[in-house]
Design a protein around this ligand. Sequence first.
Ligand code: A3P
Length: 292
Amino acid sequence: LPEYDNGTKPYLKIYRDYFFLVDFPRDLKSIPPFEVREDDIWISTFPKSGTTWVQEIVYLVMNNADTGKALQTTIERRVPFFEYPIPGFKAISAMPSPRLIKSHLPLSLLPDQMKAKKPKIIYVYRNPKDTVVSYYEFLVKFLTYTKFTGKFEDFCRLFTEGKVLCGPWWKHVTEAWARRHEDNFLLLCYEDLQADLDKNVRIVAEFLGKSLTDEQVARIVKHCSFDSMKNNNTVNYEWFKRKGLARKEPKFLRNGKVGDWKNHLSPDIVKQFDEIVATKLPMDFPIKDTLS
Ligand code: A3P
């Protein structure tokens, strides 16, 4: 594979049509036996699509908008990351119901039991141009341990070839699009959250069978604004810095805008992304890469 570590060693490999870290298959193979519960709530995304935002919204919807409770524990403990070694499958297996679980795995790689147990799944996608900027800034500038050391242009090329972690992006989102009408499935879009958070909180609540007062919805909207989350130490991944996992300066909640790609992507790269949207996504798949 051409995906490189300093231009020398591959660091990604293909597993059932998707790219993962070379040391990942051990975990992936252990996924099928995982006990899924009917009342699990899964938040599934391609990385950098608004996962943390939706994790926090879902947590608050499920906990009567109790922002005080949310502020006591980091999001990675309240809504653990399924395929990440911390806290790991064992710890997630032992969590009380209803469990809220985050995953970046494509839907086809989630545990087999999902088919029979039909837990609720919320999938959020974001336009690919802002996603690639956010992804690069996160992997290369924020994290300390990523092996990718190429330039932004290299990363864009790999993204358009489908060769970044959890890629191809278009395959990941198309799987979700195909399931958008299923009863236990909710498809959200980052740009819609930006356009009307209040409405999307209500959509999430209805999907999860929770009735919230207007006051509770307003509390969630305020708590989940970009500025509020940026300064909230239970969701802004500042703890990564204390653990040496992230560099000091960059912020996890970096920019949080629709259309920031205009400050990063050259016309050539924009063309490549437009071509992907035109040729690799279903015809009616809505991509919103500028604020209307
Ligand atoms: P940017 O890098 O463009 O700022 P994920 O949680 O999937 O890793 O996604 C992270 C992206 O979501 C970051 O995008 C981050 O700023 C953005 N984000 C997180 N919380 C947000 C919020 N409350 N409002 C807007 N964007 C948010």
